[in-house]
Ligand binder design. Structure first.
Ligand SMILES: Cc1cc2nc3c(=O)[nH]c(=O)nc-3n(C[C@H](O)[C@H](O)[C@H](O)COP(=O)(O)O)c2cc1C
Length: 150
């Protein structure tokens, strides 16, 4: 994990989901997509003010990058998720972001990352405004659960 803050002069232009999302308002997932688009547009506006940006990164060979993706990224992403949970337990907040990866090379150059180090997630970290969190909306489990076949 790499911690990067303003002191290293990181200035990432994060592209909002709203610029990519194609959704019709009838579908339930589209309400969630629209919510994420609004949220990610806001994050793009404030990202440069976030005190700490944590980038989860892993060293990977070309063969690994062309091989089993679940094995490769499964070696990194659970650690980032554990960090997100640990932050939450300590009154800090984060949100899972990947859209900066369009500029992965530029970020790597800014931070001096070796060419074989690949970024998998960026976690902006800050204290939250209050602790009044609620569960996010979820689609009905039966609509996504498959038993003994798809
Ligand atoms: C794989 C993945 C990548 C994501 N990348 C971004 C991102 O780059 N920027 C962003 O704002 N949200 C991104 N999100 C969505 C956020 O993690 C979060 O779900 C969304 O901003 C809604 O946050 P909220 O529930 O706190 O409103 C991503 C989610 C996933 C699962």
């Amino acid at each position: 994990m790499l911690g990067a803050g303003h002191d290293v002069g990181i200035g990432v232009h994060v592209v909002g989901f709203g610029e990519h999302a194609h959704h019709s308002p009838e579908r339930a997932e589209d309400a969630a997509a629209a919510r994420i688009a609004t949220s990610s547009d806001y994050l793009r506006e404030v990202l440069a003010e976030v005190p700490v940006l944590v980038i989860g990164a892993i060293s990977a060979t070309e063969a690994e990058l062309a091989g089993n993706q679940a094995g490769l990224w499964g070696s990194l992403l659970p650690a980032a998720w554990s960090l997100a949970l640990a932050l939450r337990a300590r009154g800090l907040g984060t949100t899972w972001t990947t859209l900066h990866l369009r500029y992965e090379r530029e970020v790597a150059d800014l931070l001096g990352l070796p060419a074989d180090v690949r970024q998998g997630v960026l976690l902006p970290v800050a204290y939250t405004k209050g602790t009044d969190f609620r569960p996010g909306p979820r689609v009905d489990l039966d609509s996504v659960r498959h038993v003994n076949g798809w």
